[in-house]
Design a protein around this ligand. Structure first.
Ligand SMILES: [Zn+2]
Length: 592
């Protein structure tokens, strides 16, 4: 749902961010210009979470969480955008607007839902025609019942260039629409063809059961094996999970995370209706916060081959800061759940689910698997790794349990292991405090050490700093855009990241749209909101003068010219002399 700017600014006026955050964490220096608090999003002992009253934003210098009131509620209560607005609305005693603003964006979204639903119908009905013989025999081999096929809306995209296109045009959709919904593609020759051809089709649904995207699997050896819809007006793959629309209704608040569509479907057919899967990308923060809304316990069910183990470790490290109770299933011999159910039955699968181990045990087993504990050397290596793993377990009772087990298993004195763990914990605490101290010192000295989400920062530190000052100044002084016109443009930005934000901010300024953090909330994900909040935070620290911006523009031009230095070997001697002169002059002015 999209809200009008009037409504949002009213909501913002009635929401005090300090008071709101104060409900979740204790605030120090209440009422001052920049109150601080212990960050509610990561564990810390000294506060690095700063609230900016003037921009009604927050930014944590420890973990990089940041945003406006809506982002705060989204992340802390794990609600989606509309629900967060509703939360703040109720809190402020306001009514939610009944009708969504009927603008072009909403119209496009509605069309996209309609088109996807129609396409899903088309693929499903094609599955029972003679041309889908291959797809049907594949489903039979996988032993999927007609009920399962219907429930998941599986279908077939014909082996033709324009089967879906023709059908959709008859239903009143235009080529432009179909291309923008990623159901069709433009060819290099300017023609338009179906995006999915000769594939088994898996519709992807949102929580309300709307079809928002498709996954298509080949039925032969062609590549890629799976083809997925790119992001559209209704679909962001980093924010969706396959089959969560079915799995969310489990009353036990336990979910099983599988690797692929077929695993999930096989699990559901066997009665494990709480299985979900990611959508062909690395696991994201958005997906974690989505999971946390529907479960307290998450069991990872990835293949037991090397790739699967790696995926498990990556997911565990992503999930380690979430409040979820984590478990890992052990599937023997590189088998996937689909195969286990097919060959050994669902009882076997049930046993495997029930014997899933927690994340600590998984890490210990993994460490043990890599050494030979029958040798002294292997034993020692394993013990060292185990100490590091167990030092990370905060619960003393749980820790003690593992230490006892370990001491028995390796016939090492329990007290010796405990001492090592204690030492490791002290070391970790010290490292943590040092990191905290660094953060505090860098805030105090105005130099940030915190990581920037800009992937090009490495190697462009000076340019990125200048870009950030320009962007932060523009957010506070939109009139600078006009004052700097002629020297400030998207072309002078060195990093893509900076350029993208410049384009967004300047187009807002030029079209007179709001620059309040609040107004960015709807179209930005948590990471983008954090970065914007960081820019707002930076704006509070810098001088914000026009002069400073001009200097930064100069810096960017210099940095850019450094990057544009051509390959010296390919220059004519005149060009080479010119370059040499430029460099010499620059050194002079810098006084080097
Ligand atoms: Zn934090």
């Amino acid at each position: 749902m999209r809200f009008s700017e009037e409504f949002l600014s009213e909501l913002r006026a009635r929401t005090d961010i300090e008071e709101l955050i104060g409900k979740f964490t204790e605030i120090k220096h209440r009422g001052s210009r920049t109150p601080v608090a212990l960050c509610p999003f990561h564990a810390e002992k000294t506060p690095s979470f700063v609230i900016y009253r003037d921009t009604q934003s927050y930014y944590c210098f420890g973990c990089g969480a940041g945003g406006d009131a809506i982002t705060f509620i989204k992340n802390i209560e794990r609600l989606d955008y509309t629900e967060s607005v509703r939360y703040l609305c109720e809190r402020a005693g306001m009514n939610m607007p009944l009708d969504p603003v009927d603008d072009e964006y909403n119209r496009l979204r509605r069309r996209c839902y309609e088109a996807n639903r129609e396409a899903a119908r088309f693929f499903y009905s094609t599955l029972s025609t003679p041309q889908a013989e291959k797809a049907r025999s594949y489903l039979e081999k996988r032993r999927l019942s007609p009920e399962t096929v219907k429930r998941f809306g599986l279908g077939f995209a014909p082996d033709k260039w324009d089967a879906l296109l023709k059908h959709m045009k008859e239903k009143g959709f235009t080529e432009t629409e179909l291309v923008s919904f990623d159901l069709a593609k433009k060819t290099s020759k300017g023609g338009t063809i179906d995006a999915f051809r000769n594939r088994l089709m898996f519709p992807i649904m949102d929580l309300r059961g709307n079809v928002i995207a498709f996954g298509g699997r080949v039925l032969d050896d062609s590549k890629p094996k799976y083809l997925n819809t790119s992001d559209t007006v209704v679909y962001k793959k980093s924010q969706a999970l396959y089959a969560l629309n079915f799995a969310k209704n489990n009353s036990e608040r336990k979910l099983i995370l599988c690797e692929g569509y077929m695993d999930v479907i096989a699990m559901h057919q066997a009665g494990f209706t709480n299985a979900v899967a990611g959508l062909g990308t690395a696991f994201t923060k958005e997906q974690i916060s989505l999971l946390t809304r529907y479960c307290d316990e998450l069991t990872l069910c990835f293949d037991s081959d090397e790739a699967g183990k790696k995926a498990t470790k990556r997911a565990l490290s992503m999930l380690s800061s979430s409040p979820l109770k984590l478990k890992v299933m052990h599937l023997q011999d590189g088998k996937d759940p689909d195969e286990i159910i097919k060959t050994q039955g669902k009882e076997k699968m049930n046993t495997i689910i029930n014997s899933a181990v927690n994340d600590t045990e998984f890490a210990l087993n993994d460490a043990k698997g890599r050494v030979d504990t029958s040798t002294e050397d292997g034993k020692l290596n394993f013990l060292n790794e185990a100490v590091v793993i167990l030092a990370g377990v905060d619960n003393a009772i749980e820790r003690d349990l593992y230490v006892s087990k370990l001491s028995e298993e390796l016939s090492v004195e329990k007290r010796a292991i405990e001492q090592q763990i204690l030492k490791q914990r002290r070391f970790m605490k010290k490292a943590h405090e040092n990191a905290q101290f660094d953060v505090a010192r860098s805030i105090a000295s105005g130099e940030e050490k915190i990581s920037s989400p800009n992937p090009e920062k490495r190697g462009n530190v000076r340019a990125v700093k200048a870009e950030e000052i320009i962007l932060a100044s523009l957010l506070r002084h939109p009139d600078y855009l006009r004052k700097l016109s002629g020297i400030l443009s998207a072309q002078i930005f060195v990093t893509d990241f900076g350029r993208r934000y410049f384009e967004d901010i300047s187009s807002r300024i030029m079209s007179g749209r709001s620059l309040e953090l609040f107004s960015f909330s709807e179209d930005s994900d948590s990471e983008e909101m954090s970065y914007l909040a960081y820019l707002f935070a930076k704006g509070a620290e810098i001088s914000n003068s026009l002069e400073e911006c001009k200097q930064c523009i100069q810096t960017l031009l210099e940095e850019k010219s450094k990057k544009n230095v051509p390959d010296v070997g390919k220059l004519s001697s005149e060009e080479y002399l010119e370059l040499f002169r430029k460099k010499r002059d620059k050194k002079k002015t810098e006084g080097v």
